[in-house]
Design a protein around this ligand. Structure first.
Ligand SMILES: NC(=O)C1=CN([C@@H]2O[C@H](COP(=O)(O)OP(=O)(O)OC[C@H]3O[C@@H](n4cnc5c(N)ncnc54)[C@H](OP(=O)(O)O)[C@@H]3O)[C@@H](O)[C@H]2O)[C@@H](O)CC1
Ligand SMILES: Nc1ncnc2c1ncn2[C@@H]1O[C@H](COP(=O)(O)OP(=O)(O)O)[C@@H](O)[C@H]1O
Ligand SMILES: [K+]
Length: 449
């Protein structure tokens, strides 16, 4: 499973707006469908490698893309069969079907599938789960599957968790990716997601994670200009130690960990708790990390209050998120919150919609960047920017990796740039490091050489 890096992600409404803008600029809808169908034909041609192709067409424009692809594949000499659910319901799809000169079979009459099945039944226009009898017919088909735009049967906005009867090996997203390609549970049914741009100019406020750039320090850099991070740990020392070491590994030049024991690297400056207040006033400190290994209680509340009062850029994890919530939006500040599913539900009860909608609402409410963790991590900024990190690295599903991410966020934030860009860079660093280590990863490996 994979998605293209740094690719736009659009909801169905945003897709329609982009399509309308494209039409207003002079491209016809028929031309857009022709480009979409041509891209589907190219991908199907490569996947089939000469084997027969069965194209399943639905009533809307997703089906229209299927008819265009059928015509283009037949022109190239491919062995193509077309099966339709019903007659086309849109003018564009009717025209596309009229231009297909071959036979059109009924879907329930197609016996058992084909080496390559092109699923052009429903795209972003699906308004309800598909009927059980159609789902049963589709589940009986066998063959590799190329889904056009989205696997048919899923809510492309990712709000509903309807699962598609045909799981795709490859999904060719048209114009932009859709939320369902990057959110669980639907992302697991999309296989490898490819993007066919088709000439639509997509708003890039929501996008997949960019490739993590390598950050080579310039000659003028020194330990403080690379970023100084203060990690405030509670009673569970290992977690704060992981965060502090991760901050160094992620590029911070100087890391101070309060408490003298359990510094995981000799390069970490371990200091006594009493110096914490003094350190908060140190102008060189570019970010403060609180939460790893720090359960809720008086001590945490005190530390969070002091950190908020300092006006420093903050990374808040776990119980520190709840402790800071009442005051977060009170004054403008740079802050990154890193809740996992349980912490998010506790901090933002009643949030609704897709994981993207919920992350955006939390970012607006707190005026902070929210890194809503999981295999389908979403990063949302208060100004509406969103980055989707699917599929990440499954080896991160182990204790302590969240502490490492908090430390990495601290390092990126301490450089002084934008908090959203810092969070995106930290998540990218975390995943790239995990992917490099792979099977058997434990959190400690992420902070080792
Ligand atoms: N945007 C772009 O720039 C471009 C978009 N393009 C393509 O257009 C696609 C979107 O097309 P679309 O809007 O026509 O909707 P689509 O997904 O084909 O389905 C709607 C039809 O299905 C029906 N229907 C719905 N739910 C149903 C159900 N459960 N069970 C049964 N029927 C159901 C619904 O009817 P109704 O809800 O009225 O019953 C309607 O007839 C998009 O994904 C991409 O492939 C490209 O061609 C070029 C550029
Ligand atoms: N199945 C998974 N696939 C990819 N990443 C995952 C998966 N499960 C967890 N992660 C990532 O691993 C980290 C776990 O963080 P968290 O749950 O806070 O762990 P801890 O509190 O033990 O440090 C997060 O960055 C999360 O996005
Ligand atoms: K489809």
């Amino acid at each position: 499973m994979s998605v293209p890096a740094d690719a736009p992600v659009l909801t169905a409404d945003a897709m329609r707006a982009a399509e309308a803008a494209c039409v207003a600029a002079g491209t016809t809808l028929a031309e857009l469908m022709e480009r979409a169908g041509a891209a589907v034909a190219d991908t199907a041609w490569r996947m089939a490698a000469g084997a027969p192709i069965l194209i399943l067409c639905g009533p809307g424009n997703n089906g229209g893309d299927g008819y265009v692809a059928a015509r283009r594949l037949a022109e190239r000499g491919a062995a193509v069969r077309v099966a339709a659910l019903t007659d086309p319901a849109t003018e564009l799809a009717r025209a596309a079907r009229a231009a297909w000169t071959g036979a059109v079979e009924a879907i329930d009459a197609v016996p058992s599938g084909a080496p390559l099945i092109v699923d052009a039944l429903f795209g972003v226009g699906l308004s309800r789960p598909i009927a059980d009898d159609l789902a049963a017919v589709l589940r009986r088909l066998s063959g590799r599957v190329l889904a056009v735009d989205v696997p048919s049967g899923i809510d492309s906005d990712g709000g509903a968790d309807w699962m598609p009867p045909l799981v795709a090996d490859v999904t060719l997203a048209l114009g932009a990716l859709k939320p369902a390609h990057v959110l669980l549970p639907t992302a697991r049914s999309c296989g490898r997601v490819l993007l066919a741009p088709i000439g639509i100019s997509a708003d890039r406020a929501m996008r997949t994670l960019p490739r993590a750039p390598s950050q080579v320090p310039g000659p003028a850099m020194h330990k403080f200009s690379r970023g100084m991070v203060l990690v405030f740990g509670g009673p569970m020392r290992g977690a704060a130690g992981l965060a502090a070491a991760a901050a160094l590994r992620a590029g911070a030049g100087y890391v101070v960990l309060d408490g003298s024991e359990s510094a995981t690297l000799l390069a970490i400056i371990a200091e006594s708790d009493e110096k914490f207040g003094e350190r908060l006033g140190d102008p060189r400190v570019g970010a403060v990390v609180i939460g790893p290994g720090f359960p809720a209680g008086e001590e945490l509340l005190f530390a969070v209050e002091a950190a908020l009062d300092s006006g420093k850029p903050l990374v808040l994890d776990a119980a520190a998120i709840d402790a800071a919530l009442p005051r977060l939006s009170e004054t403008p500040r740079k802050a990154i919150l890193t809740p996992h599913e349980g912490e998010f539900a506790r901090a933002f009860p009643g949030a609704y919609g897709s994981k993207i909608d919920r992350a955006k609402a939390a970012a607006t409410r707190t005026q902070a960047v929210v890194v809503y963790k999981g295999a389908d991590t979403i990063i949302a900024a208060p100004d509406g920017r969103v980055a989707a990190a699917w599929p990440g690295s499954p080896w991160l599903a182990t204790a302590g990796t969240g502490d490492v991410l908090a430390g990495a966020c601290g390092a990126m934030l301490a450089r002084g740039g934008d908090a959203f860009d810092a969070a995106v860079a930290a998540v990218g660093w975390h995943i790239a490091r995990a992917a490099h280590i792979g099977p058997g990863l434990v959190a400690d490996d992420l902070i080792r050489d």
